[in-house]
Write a protein that binds this ligand. Structure first.
Ligand code: COA
Length: 163
C-alpha cells in the first residue's frame, strides 16, 4: 500500500509488556504513516512495572523487528517535550472500547493544552484484541495460563520467567 504522506507519528504508552493488541495498532499505523515511533514511558504515576524500562524497550524491539517503519525509544518526563524533540506533532493512541474514551479524551485535550499544535489520532484494534490489557495478560501468565495468543512467544517466555 502506498503511504498517503511522509509523516511520522508517536505512539506513547507504558508497554509493560507490548501485546498483540499494540502490535495490531502499530501495523495499521505503519500503513498510514512512514514512521511510527513507539515511545515507552520510563515512569508512570501509580504503575508498578513488571519489566524495567530497558527490558520493555528490548521486548518491544524484538516483537516489532519485522516492521522497518518502526522505531522504539524510551522517554522520561512530559510526552509533549519528547514529541517536540522529534519532527512531528502527531500522537497515536488506540481505542479498544468506549471505556477507554474518557481517559483518552482527557489526555488528548491536556496534551493539546500543553502544546497547541499537537494532534492525537485514534485507531481501533481488530475486534479480537479489544479486551487485551497488559495487566490482564500478566495476571493470566502469573497464574499459569497460556498467553501466546495475546503476546509474542518471546514475551510469553519472559512472563513465564517472572513466575
Ligand atoms: N492493545 C492492548 N492493550 C492496550 C492497547 C491495545 N491496543 N491500548 C492500550 N492498552 C492497554 C495497555 O496495555 C495498558 O494496560 P495496563 O494498564 O494493564 O498496563 C492500558 O491499556 C493503558 O496503558 P498505556 O497505553 O500504557 O497508557 P497509559 O494510560 O498507562 O500511559 C502515557 C499513557 C504513558 C502515554 C501517559 O501517561 C504519558 O504521556 N505519560 C508521560 C508524562 C506526561 O506527559 N503526562 C501528562 C499527560 S497529559
Amino acid at each position: 500500500m502506498q503511504h498517503s504522506n511522509n509523516s511520522t507519528v508517536v505512539y506513547p504508552g507504558t508497554f509493560d509488556p507490548i501485546t498483540r493488541g499494540h502490535e495490531d495498532i502499530i501495523n495499521r499505523a505503519s500503513k498510514i504513516f512512514n514512521k511510527v515511533i513507539i515511545a515507552i514511558a520510563a515512569v508512570s504515576t501509580g504503575k508498578q512495572f513488571s519489566f524495567a524500562i530497558d527490558r520493555r524497550v528490548e521486548l518491544a524491539k524484538n516483537a516489532l523487528a519485522g516492521n522497518p517503519a518502526v522505531e522504539v525509544v524510551a522517554f522520561e518526563g512530559l510526552l509533549v517535550d519528547f514529541i517536540a524533540s522529534r519532527e512531528t506533532n502527531l500522537i497515536l493512541r488506540g481505542l479498544r472500547a468506549v471505556s477507554d474514551f474518557e481517559h483518552e479524551f482527557q489526555l488528548a485535550n491536556m496534551n493539546r493544552k500543553l502544546s497547541p499544535d499537537l494532534e492525537t489520532i485514534f485507531l481501533t484494534p481488530s475486534e479480537q484484541f479489544t479486551y487485551i490489557s497488559s495487566s490482564l495478560v500478566k495476571e493470566i501468565a502469573r497464574l499459569g495460563g497460556n498467553v501466546e495468543q495475546f503476546v509474542s512467544m518471546d514475551i510469553a517466555n519472559a512472563l513465564a520467567s517472572l513466575r
